[in-house]
Design a protein around this ligand. Structure first.
Ligand code: FAD
Length: 281
């Protein structure tokens, strides 16, 4: 499987939009920090809209002793603006980034030009050398805008060739998609750690909607089981924890070099899955 030193377990947050959301996230961070993850990452809004919010959360939890990894995209910012942010992060002791093109908002009125993640990886290496460990995104079930599986893997390789150190996948519920993807990446010479992104199943309606847009497939057997639970949220939650725990077990048994949890700023399911996997022992 992929080359790595120690398995890496990490959690992802998004910057809250309200003071109430921030207070809630403080509590979630405290609960999850107690589990001892390698790092927390914080997403960066489309068009750079959360530039301030992302940095604020990164610095807030860093001050509490957590290792923090901001996400970053050009998102319509100029090169000098991005360079300034990189310098600020470097001065603040941040040494790892998740580098992306970013989601393109659905309203087509925007005049922003979205630059590929590989261009930002190149830019960061040019401006800051090897200072940052760079993670990039990849898609075992293919990025929805890609013309083909091979083209998508080829563009993923461009990011690695530009200097990415490791990758985090889009979430998926089919372990074979991941193993097959990793094998295909290895076949064209990529040997960086490819860490599975794990999405707990909590709000199923939101998850289904989001999955259509991001190209992640929810297997029919999972949606059928969830639908059969109707409004019984407790059963949906227990089923979701069981399904995702088994997925993580299979990934770990198959040699996945860690797990990155999309927490959706909630601790409960992630914490239960983490405990089921015995990761804190
Ligand atoms: P890229 O690698 O640039 O690829 C985008 C598309 O263009 C793909 O279809 C690719 O195959 C194609 N492509 C790449 N290079 C070329 C080229 N040279 N010529 C032609 N086509 C090319 N979104 C956010 O807005 N903020 C976040 O913080 C965020 N965090 C994420 C974290 C992870 C781990 C993941 C998996 C996704 C995240 N996303 C985030 C979503 C991501 O921004 C979207 O999936 C976006 O549509 C693609 O981003 P990318 O970095 O993979 O893009």
């Amino acid at each position: 499987m992929n080359k790595t030193s120690a398995p890496q377990f990490s959690f992802e947050f998004f910057p809250p939009r309200t003071p109430v959301g921030e207070t809630k996230l403080d509590a979630v961070h405290a609960e999850l920090a107690a589990l001892g993850p390698e790092f927390f990452s914080v997403t960066y809004g489309a068009r750079g809209t959360t530039k301030v919010g992302t940095r604020k959360i990164v610095l807030r939890f860093k001050a509490l002793g957590s290792t923090m990894t901001p996400h970053l995209s050009f998102g319509g910012s100029s090169e000098p603006e991005v360079e300034q942010l990189l310098e600020e992060y470097r001065a603040e002791g941040i040494d790892r980034l998740v580098v992306l093109r970013g989601d393109i908002p659905s309203d087509s009125s925007s005049t922003v030009t979205y630059r590929y993640a590989s261009e930002l990886v190149e830019f960061i290496r040019l401006k800051t050398g090897d200072h940052f460990h760079i993670d990039v995104a990849c898609y075992p079930e293919i990025h929805p805008e890609s013309s083909s599986y091979d083209a998508d893997i080829g563009f993923f390789k461009q990011k690695v060739d530009a200097g990415a150190n490791s990758a985090i996948t889009q979430y998926f519920y089919n372990a074979d998609a991941y193993f097959n993807f990793v094998e295909n990446c290895a076949a064209i010479g990529m040997d960086i750690p490819i860490v599975p992104g794990i999405m707990p199943i909590t709000n199923f309606a939101n998850l289904s909607r989001f999955s259509v847009n991001c190209g992640a497939e929810i297997p029919r057997w999972i949606s059928q089981r969830v639908m059969a639970f109707g409004e019984d949220q407790k059963s949906i939650s227990a089923f979701g924890i069981d399904v995702v725990t088994r997925l993580c077990e299979r990934l770990r048994e198959g040699g996945a070099p860690g797990l990155h949890f999309y927490t959706m700023n909630q601790a409960k399911s992630v914490k239960q899955i983490w405990q089921n996997l015995g990761l804190s022992e």
